[in-house]
Design a protein. Structure first.
Ligand code: GDP
Ligand code: MG
Length: 597
């Protein structure tokens, strides 16, 4: 135990976490030439393309230091707010963290929020000033920023380049010298923290854990405390680039477990594994059932594919327990599912996976957060509103509550005014303003989560010319004035286009929606009126003028193959269109409300 070090890397996106992890693996000889890939730890295709680590993993390195051999477990943490609970559990499995700061970019919002998590868990922080090789690096200034933030000395900050290898040996030395060895009692009943799980279609769910007390061995009968279920440990082992089966994993160490579980929902991040025959009295603190934050409808483009979509979603859920879905039907779109996601990125990932892995073409409706409505009949019992159509009739509503977040923005002092105006426009309330340095300001505000679903990120980038970073955490429900804006095409309401919005913005959004839909819906053989309404009251109107002639008309008498090509092309373009009544609506139209500016 005294020669084990468990650590994670905290960094804002693109500050070099993955590159540094690769360099550490390289330096400790944990990778053979054959195993070398660009980004070793990001092994899902999607992650590689998006350049973010979606699922956290762990990897074990061995390192000789002053004549002794050490085991270094690097626990990777996801880099996006959608996965913040997983970040918190990965951090809880460590004794130390490398705080990686880009020497050209300095401290950003994600660095700060994850640093706070690490400090709450009493982690030893090792500040690393990365990318010192860059000509644009500002090592002195950024070191000062780090010193101010941590209250450490400048000497503790390690200058490094994950790219060229500068400072890597110093980082390894600091991991061994500064991070405490794990504590824990090998004699106590097994107590292991689940910090991640990965679905493997052949072997079932692989559970990643950190042993806090006792030990876990092959063949042991174990119990997951939160789910209350028992299993046999078919295989336990440590994680190198490949899995290394072992007889036993001891106190303080990190490993994987295979039990033949086929459904990701049976393994919950944050749960405690114990011995079924000699269970611990104490679950490890901090377990939470993760709840979806954003909801949207997913419908097959072709109504006949509904059952296939269901089976694809079930398979996806086996390996992504945070995806939830229930069947719903829409007058406009037919049968589909109301799905819950951890956030907008998670939603995009699910949509992309349905298409890539299951070959499904789907239509996604406007996402919304989950509201609580109370009717005048029963002012204590909330009705959960995950779909605009679930909102009770306005005349019966006592009040509606919506989820709020605490937002953290770090920006340059020049942009403070702009960011504050944006925040107020987004119904936010400034709670705090701190100058980290004379040029860099941290702003905190409380704001409705729904505003992030809309165009907050893009707007923040624009008003700060890209010099702002953003992070957030949920802080509970607050009362809000909410209405449903309905859209009518050809005088028919299209339920899948309805949106829940704040009453003060309803007219503006209704008007913009009509304008946007006019742009997005192709002209057809007849005029199409577009109307926005609140209840029976029409608040805005536009008209799509009829097409004047057949597109293929100009080909008559001409080259027949050219005509066929044109028709083919039209058919392809139609793929993601839905016929609603006699109007064809493209996929973008269902998301139009998100892109109103
Ligand atoms: P992550 O998002 O924190 O995992 O960041 P990555 O490791 O993916 O790095 C983001 C970008 O910065 C990549 O293009 C890296 O090649 C680059 N990068 C990482 N470390 C260094 C460094 O020390 N020097 C330079 N010049 N570039 C680096
Ligand atoms: Mg990365």
């Amino acid at each position: 135990m005294k020669n084990i070090r468990n650590f994670c890397i905290i960094a804002h996106i693109d500050h070099g976490k993955s590159t540094l992890a690769d360099r550490l693996l390289d330096f400790t000889g944990s990778v053979t030439e054959r195993e070398k890939q660009d980004q070793l730890l990001d092994n899902m295709d999607l992650e590689r393309e998006r350049g973010i680590t979606i699922k956290s993993h762990a990897i074990q390195m061995e390192y000789e230091y002053q004549g002794e051999s050490y085991i270094l477990n690097l626990i990777d943490t996801p880099g996006h707010v959608d996965f913040s609970y997983e970040v918190s559990r990965s951090i809880a499995a460590c004794e130390g963290a490398l705080l990686v700061v880009d020497a050209a970019q300095s401290i950003q919002a994600q660095t700060i929020s994850n640093l706070y998590l690490a400090l709450e868990n009493d982690l030893e922080i090792i500040p690393v000033l990365n990318k010192v090789d860059l000509p644009s690096a500002n090592p002195e200034e950024v070191t000062d920023d780090i010193v101010d933030l941590l209250g450490c000395s400048a000497e503790e900050v390690i200058p490094a380049s994950a790219k060229t290898g500068i400072g890597i040996e110093d980082i390894l030395e600091a991991i061994i010298e500064r991070i405490p060895a794990p504590e824990g009692n090998p004699e106590e009943p097994l107590q292991a923290l689940v910090f991640d799980s990965v679905y493997n279609p052949f072997r079932g769910v692989e559970t990643y854990f950190r042993v806090v007390n006792g030990s876990i061995h092959k063949g042991q009968k174990i119990k997951f405390v939160a789910t209350g279920k028992d299993y046999f440990a078919d295989e336990v082992g440590t994680l190198k680039l490949t899995q290394q089966p072992k007889q036993q994993i001891n106190t303080g160490d990190v490993g994987y477990l295979i039990t033949g579980i086929k459904d990701a929902r049976e393994v919950k991040v944050g749960d405690t594994i114990t011995d079924a025959n000699k269970p611990t009295d104490n679950a490890i603190a901090g377990f939470e059932d993760v709840k979806p934050m954003v909801f949207a409808g997913i419908y097959p483009v072709d109504t006949e594919d509904f059952e296939e979509l269901r089976s694809s979603m079930e398979k996806l859920q086996l390996n992504d327990a945070s995806l939830v879905f229930t069947p719903e039907s829409s007058a406009a779109l037919g049968f589909g599912f109301r799905c819950g996601f951890l956030g907008m990125l998670h939603m995009e990932i699910i949509q992309e996976r349905l298409e890539r892995e299951f070959n499904m073409t789907v239509i996604t409706t406007v996402p919304n957060v989950s509201y609580h409505a109370y009717t005048t009949k029963n002012t204590d019992q909330s009705i959960i509103v995950n779909n605009p159509s679930d909102l009770p009739d306005p005349s019966t509503v006592d009040r509606v509550e919506e989820p709020y977040i605490k937002a953290t923005v770090i920006t340059k002092s020049d942009f403070v005014g702009n960011v504050m105006s944006l925040c107020i426009e987004k119904r936010g309330q400034i709670t705090n303003q701190t100058y980290l340095t004379p040029e860099r300001v941290e702003l905190n505000f409380d704001m409705p989560l729904a505003e992030i679903v809309f165009d907050f990120y893009d707007r923040l980038k624009t008003v700060s010319k890209g010099y702002a970073s953003f992070d957030y955490a949920p802080i509970g429900m607050r009362v809000s004035k909410l209405v449903r804006v309905d859209i009518l095409l050809n005088a028919q309401p299209v339920d899948a286009l309805s949106a829940l919005v704040h009453a003060d913005n309803a007219y503006h959004i209704g008007k913009k929606m009509c304008e946007k839909l006019k742009e997005l819906i192709p002209r057809q053989q007849f005029d199409i009126p577009i109307q926005a309404a609140i209840g029976s009251k029409i608040i805005s109107r536009e008209t799509i003028k009829a097409l004047r002639k057949d597109v293929t008309a100009k080909c008559y008498g001409g080259d027949i193959s050219r005509k066929r090509k044109l028709l083919e092309k039209q058919k392809k373009g139609k793929k993601r269109m839905r016929q609603v009544g006699n109007v064809e609506i493209p996929q973008q139209a269902f998301m139009a409300v998100l892109k109103l500016n």
